[in-house]
Write a protein that binds this ligand. Structure first.
Ligand code: 26Q
Length: 819
């Protein structure tokens, strides 16, 4: 390949990489493996970030800035090399430097393991937020657990999901820096004794079990930013090298075992999303993260402001990402009461000015509640504090809502021997927010209404967003370059500038360029599908993509039932004028969620049947891509024509995948749910395809038995009925009529006599009609591309920079660093 003459800065990077390979691995470039080249690039980028880091640390310290601590059990970061290079504004230099060394940057960045420390939306949101915070020069720390195993890897075997561990740290992590000197102790179990001493109570913990929390820091650079923030990941370590007593008494194995038991706390990420199960280890993880983080926060505070504890809210704000880190509230109380000697009222006053909480779901099975017995056993002092919080809460509620025991119980932190984590947040936080308008409305009018009436000014609607640096800049470089060519480069930081593309939606030349890029992205996906699934896909077919966690409320079943109906229609009318279509699915199911796993099997069985049926082969294909995660999302969002956002209205708090597809010029078929509502507002009704029941209509139907309505649909919609019957006549299961019976059963008869609880049957007809409209529209290429451009042009609102701006204005009140 002809080599361009390198610029000075590219030469410097090339030399750095060569030097790193020599110093880090003792190899010459010729002898280095591609993986070594990757590591050398990462270390080179890290060096640059570190230089900035030291400086920004100094400024934050000097300015005495207020800081945000964003506590989250999940940070779904994905790969870091290419976004870091983009944020350093050195993509071209790295590309050219690597090319001079005989490597392509796209091959090298693919060698990085995804940091898959999250399940889905909530975890990815945290990652987007930390990018925007840094880009906006706001001082912030992300705080999470350094899970040794991220979210499981999914492998499809014979159409079934199987799970494999994800040992993402196995070949080292070039981005992290261990901070053993900042290790803290976290105590579990034992007994608490109360002493009356010096005119007040004091608390002694006995027989508790100590586990060490050691932090690892990952520096985070924003796009063209002054500041470097960090993600702090806590790792569990055993306090003693070995329990010498056990060891000496000959019980060597037991001594090693104990060590292992301590370290199991940070071993693995729980793979459930939108569902909770009261597992002891999960509770320990929760306390481990919050206790370590709060000790660190208060130590930092004390080192600078001494014992002026009442100033904490001036200098720190702690954000609780869903209820998972809610134990931070009683842990803050514990430290202030037991270790710093404050009174209850002083401690509560500070605590309730420091914490803010975001709710991410209204699904009742996802609202956390813990048996108080488990608290008493694992966290005895925290249990006492929670009981006291609840006792005082009950007194207060009797004042504000007298004689209303049912309401008190509904609002209690402790009731029926269970700790209600959302209520703990509602009574302990100064700000609460939902993640879209509709979601917030459901919170404030319905599930949190009694709390909201007491302090309405605490409640905010802040619609989610995504970082444009990763979700177009990095994953769709060609489109990003085209946009920059047309409207200048500021849009990556000032997303509303995308609106300057609106006039170009009518411009034929631009339409062609836009469509050409989409086609190239589709070709890359075609290649990926061929390599991973062995399926030939027509790049000129419509790419209809549903990529997200598998959950009944997200209604992958609605999608697949429609595909079955389409297949039947084509078999019945072989000469039907049909625009070729490729349906692409990607989804992980929680390992214990059997029905979700069965839906994956169904999708794969339908795919198998359709893809091998020569009669429809040039018309429909169905592809299930395994192991969905950030990196696969990056390939899908850029190649989609249609984005499926079809949750049962009222159930998807916001969605963020919807925004990624929109930004990259896909047209959405969706319900009026979550942030789809704002998407409709932004892009206008001509450019988004909304169908189905509205949230209030779903709600009304959920209040009474619907068997008649469902029966009626079943008997009158023949296409639907046929598709449903095929679930139990063996069409997609080699004659096995039992395999998919559970799916049929839940749709038609319901689990407890309440059929179709996710409105799949109720929304089927409207969904099919809307799909048909879209197929007809696609044939009119110009109109389609115009609408696709409008989607990109109107996506500016969904930048997480806007979201973070709102959080900061309404809740955090941080000041951007002035360097
Ligand atoms: C809780 C306890 C024990 C084990 C697991 C969990 C758990 C873990 C993850 C519960 C819920 C989650 C994740 C929830 C989630 O991702 N919610 C999504 O959040 C997005 C960001 O706000 C929204 O866009 C989505 O609508 C919402 O579903």
């Amino acid at each position: 390949m002809a080599q361009k003459k390198l610029t000075k800065s590219a030469q410097a990077i090339r030399d750095e990489i060569v030097g790193k390979v020599a110093r880090h691995f003792g190899k010459t470039i010729e002898d280095a493996t591609p993986k070594m080249i990757y590591t050398a690039c990462a270390l080179t980028a890290r060096d640059q970030i570190m230089g900035k880091w030291a400086l920004s640390h100094k400024i934050v310290k000097e300015e005495g800035s207020k800081k945000l601590y964003y506590l989250s059990f999940e940070f779904l970061m994905g790969r870091l090399l290419s976004t870091n290079i983009l944020n350093l504004m050195q993509t071209a230099d790295y590309t050219n430097a690597l090319q001079a060394l005989g490597y392509s940057i796209s091959d090298i960045v693919e060698l990085e393991n995804d940091a898959g420390l999250g399940n889905g939306g909530l975890g990815r949101l945290a990652a987007c937020f930390i990018d925007s915070l840094t880009t906006l020069d706001l001082p912030a720390y992300g705080c999470t657990i350094r899970y040794e195993y991220g979210l499981f890897k999914q492998k499809i075997v014979d159409g079934y999901q199987t799970e494999l561990p994800d040992p993402w740290l196995e070949d080292g992590n070039a981005w992290e820096i261990a901070r053993p000197e900042e290790t803290v102790e976290v105590k579990f179990g034992g007994q608490v004794y109360t002493d009356w001493y010096d005119g007040r109570f004091s608390f002694r913990y006995e027989n508790s079990h100590t586990i060490l929390a050691m932090p690892y820091d990952v520096p985070l650079v924003g796009y063209d930013s002054k500041i470097v923030n960090k993600l702090r990941l806590w790792s569990a370590k055993s306090p003693d090298v070995m329990n010498m007593q056990e060891f000496n008494s000959g019980n060597y194995v037991r001594a090693v075992e104990e060590r292992q038991l301590a370290e199991v706390i940070s071993k693995v990420l729980y793979p459930e999303d939108n569902h909770t199960e009261g597992k002891e280890l999960r509770l320990k993880q929760q306390y481990f993260l919050v206790s370590a983080t709060l000790q660190w926060i208060l130590k930092e505070f004390e080192s600078r402001y001494g014992y002026e504890w009442s100033r904490i809210p001036e200098k720190a704000v702690i954000h609780i990402n869903d209820t998972h880190p809610a134990l931070a509230i009683p842990e803050m109380m514990r430290i202030l009461l037991d270790e710093k000697g404050l009174t209850w009222d002083e401690a509560w006053d500070i605590t309730t000015k420091v914490f803010a909480y975001t709710n991410h779901t209204v699904m009742s099975e996802a609202l956390e509640k813990w048996p108080v017995d488990l608290f008493r056993k694992v966290l005895p002092r925290i249990a006492m504090i929670v009981e006291e919080i609840n006792r005082r809460l009950m007194i207060y509620l009797e004042e504000v809502y007298p004689n209303d025991p049912l309401k008190h119980k509904y609002m209690a932190v402790l009731a029926d021997e269970k700790v209600y984590m959302a209520n703990l947040c509602l009574c302990g936080c100064f700000a609460v927010n939902g993640v879209s308008k509709l979601h917030t409305q459901i919170l404030t009018d319905d599930i949190f209404a009694d709390y909201c009436r007491l302090t309405p000014d605490h409640y905010h609607a802040i619609t989610n967003g995504i970082t444009f640096r990763r979700w177009i800049g990095n994953c769709n470089p060609k489109l990003a370059a085209l946009i920059t060519e047309k409207i200048g480069k500021k849009w990556l930081k000032d997303s509303e500038q995308l609106r300057n593309l609106i006039p170009l939606a009518e411009d034929e030349g631009f339409q062609q360029q836009f469509a050409q890029i989409k086609r190239e992205n589709k070709l890359a996906l075609v290649e990926y599908i061929k390599e991973h699934n062995g399926i030939d896909v027509n790049p000129d077919s419509i790419f209809d993509v549903q990529a997200k966690r598998l959950h009944e409320y997200k209604r992958q079943l609605l999608n697949i039932l429609h595909i079955i109906a389409e297949y039947n229609k084509l078999l019945e009318n072989p000469n039907l004028n049909y625009y070729p279509k490729t349906y692409i699915f990607a989804a992980k199911a929680a390992p214990g969620y059997l029905r979700a796993k069965l839906i994956i099997k169904l999708i794969n069985s339908v795919a198998e049947k359709i893809n091998n049926d020569a009669r429809v082969n040039d018309k429909i294909k169905v592809v299930f891509l395994e192991n969905y995660g950030v990196s696969i999302a990056e390939k899908l969002v850029v190649a989609a024509d249609i984005s499926e956002q079809i949750s049962t209205a009222g159930k998807e708090a916001s969605g963020t995948g919807n925004m990624k597809f929109m930004l990259n010029g896909a047209i959405t078929i969706g319900t009026l749910d979550g942030a789809n509502v704002e998407m409709l507002e932004q892009v206008g009704a001509d450019n988004i395809y909304i169908f189905g029941l509205k949230a209030d209509e779903v709600d009304a139907r959920s209040r009474y038995n619907n068997s008649d309505e469902v029966k009626d649909i079943y008997s009158t919609n023949h296409a639907l009925r046929k598709a449903l019957d095929q679930l139990i006549d063996g069409t997609f299961s080699d004659g096995n009529s039992q395999l998919f019976r559970d799916l049929y059963q839940t749709l038609v008869y319901g689990d407890y006599g309440n059929p179709d609880s996710y409105m799949v049957l109720r929304d089927f007809e409207d969904y099919c009609k809307t799909q048909e409209t879209l197929s007809l529209l696609y044939a009119d290429r110009k109109t389609w591309v115009k609408k696709a451009i409008m989607n990109t042009a109107c996506a500016g609102f969904f930048s997480s920079d806007r979201t973070i701006g709102e959080y900061n204005e309404k809740i955090w009140k941080l000041k951007p660093i002035q360097a």
